[in-house]
Design a protein around this ligand. Structure first.
Ligand SMILES: Nc1nc2c(ncn2[C@@H]2O[C@H](COP(=O)(O)OP(=O)(O)OP(=O)(O)O)[C@@H](O)[C@H]2O)c(=O)[nH]1
Ligand SMILES: [Mg+2]
Length: 440
């Protein structure tokens, strides 16, 4: 996610740190560089301008010039303002005083509504809820079947109704949910290629009848300002309550994420990072800002790990990450868990410092199998003390995995990089680390 944006911001800050003594002039110059980076990432022009004004007000003040680490302080200011831009705090889903709570999902055609409905249902189900999915897209003949297949795969009932009027389908669905105590109700509505009157009128009628607790606008994160413009158009008609960004695993430059909250005035609630139904994350402005600045995101990683590995193991991994006592046994553990969690690249991006390093390393899934085979071919002692891996041992390990010594060397190199990075993080001290992660 946002590798390019992150790499370029990193370069700006690196240049800034390279300057012996900061002056207002070179701070302003850096802000101009940041402006260019934001615009190239397709951030809304107005949003970029206001953002930089805020940063400038704080950065050009005496506070920065007098501080011991002026360049670092500027990074901190940029971080704070990014958090602000992204909405400050996590925004949770609202619920209705009278069940069932209705979440109405809207957006342009192909933005990922149907997939998101299923992801949301799965997410809420893991929280102990009993959701009902409603196929209220009667526009496309296959749309109901698509939702049915997804619902079946996660064991969530799908209400299809009969007839041609989506408003009636939604009404019937609500009655059905009340009767058998399903809550919340998630409405998958139809999309159009462009914002058009027909669609808006249909959505307004549904809104009037079902009185949703949330209207969630789904935006394709890869479409940059187009998504932001349609968000504005949808918001003008429907006053939706929050938005969702999809396809954030793809080639997204970051412009949508950085503009949509400010432009619509409504929080981002979820980001979707893959086609698998587990690939959904509640949106945390602080963590996203951390990721954009390449500070990694141990917290998200840990949460994700918890879903798959259970709390104890996740806590253990986090402790090891923090103490930099991460052995090849842990590395193997991680590889095996990662396979259950979807896209590896997206996960690695969450590990502090990994984002930048991994851009060149290119993890392909076959490479993963190799790593796994190599670690399995080591003795437990070798896994816990990789320092003892001399040439003879490496030859034996390679042969055992049916691979070459180069493969072993590459594995060790990647492991060493990870350890070095963790040491750096540890040196920064827990206080700084927490600041970096967005806590206090
Ligand atoms: N890579 C990736 N693909 C996604 C994501 N979310 C959805 N998709 C894919 O995007 C395509 C469109 O998704 P749908 O959920 O059918 O979109 P929709 O908005 O319901 O489309 P219509 O019903 O035609 O308006 C599908 O191929 C999905 O698998 C995501 O987060 N990442
Ligand atoms: Mg759909």
């Amino acid at each position: 996610m946002f590798e390019d944006l992150t790499a370029r911001l990193d370069q700006v800050f690196r240049n800034l740190r390279g300057i012996g003594k900061l002056t207002e002039a070179n701070i302003r110059e850096s802000l101009q560089d940041i402006r260019r980076v934001l615009l190239d990432a397709d951030v809304n022009v107005q949003v970029a301008r206001e953002f930089l004004t805020r940063v400038e007000e704080r950065a050009v003040g005496q506070e920065v010039l007098k501080s011991v680490l002026p360049a670092q302080l500027i990074v901190k200011i940029v971080y704070d303002e990014l958090v602000h831009l992204l909405g400050e705090k996590e925004s949770r889903l609202a619920s209705s005083p009278q069940p069932p709570t209705v979440h109405m999902v809207v957006g342009l055609q192909g933005s990922g509504k149907t997939t998101f409905c299923a992801k949301l249902a799965r997410h809420l189900k893991t929280k102990g809820k009993r959701p009902l999915l409603v196929a209220a897209d009667l526009q496309r003949p296959a749309a109901q079947d698509q939702l049915q297949v997804l619902g079946d795969s996660i064991g969530v009932p799908v209400f299809r109704g009969s007839g041609k009027d989506p408003v009636l389908v939604c009404e019937d669905a609500l009655k059905h949910a009340r009767r058998i105590s399903l809550d919340p109700v998630i409405l998958d509505t139809s999309g159009r290629l462009h914002v058009d009157d027909d669609l808006m009128a249909e959505l307004e009628r549904i809104q009037k009848v079902v009185r949703p607790a949330e209207i969630l606008f789904v935006a394709d994160g890869m479409t940059g300002q187009d998504a932001v413009n349609s968000a504005r158009a949808f918001h003008d008609r429907l006053q939706f309550t929050g938005s969702v960004l999809t396809k954030m695993d793809g080639d997204t430059r970051g412009g949508t994420a950085l503009s949509i909250v400010h432009v619509t005035g409504k929080p981002l609630k979820f980001v979707s990072v893959g086609e698998k139904l587990e690939a959904l994350e509640p949106f945390h402005p602080d963590r996203m800002a951390g990721r954009i600045l390449g500070k990694g995101d141990i917290v998200s990683l840990v949460e994700k790990a918890q879903q798959v590995v259970g709390e104890d193991q996740a806590a253990r991994i986090e402790a090891k990450l923090r103490r930099a006592e991460f052995t090849l046994t842990d590395f193997l553990d991680q590889l095996q868990q990662l396979k259950k969690m979807g896209s590896l690249q997206s996960l690695l991006g969450m590990i502090p410092g990994m984002g930048a390093q991994m851009r060149d390393v290119q993890v392909d899934e076959r490479g993963l199998k190799h790593m796994e085979a190599l670690i399995l071919s080591m003795t437990p002692r070798e896994r816990d003390h990789p320092g003892i891996l001399n040439a003879r041992r490496r030859r034996r390990i390679a042969a055992g995995a049916g691979l070459t010594v180069q493969h072993v060397n590459r594995l060790i190199q990647q492991y060493d990089q990870m350890v070095a990075m963790m040491k750096k993080l540890r040196k920064a001290g827990p206080g700084q680390m927490r600041r970096v992660m967005g806590g206090n």
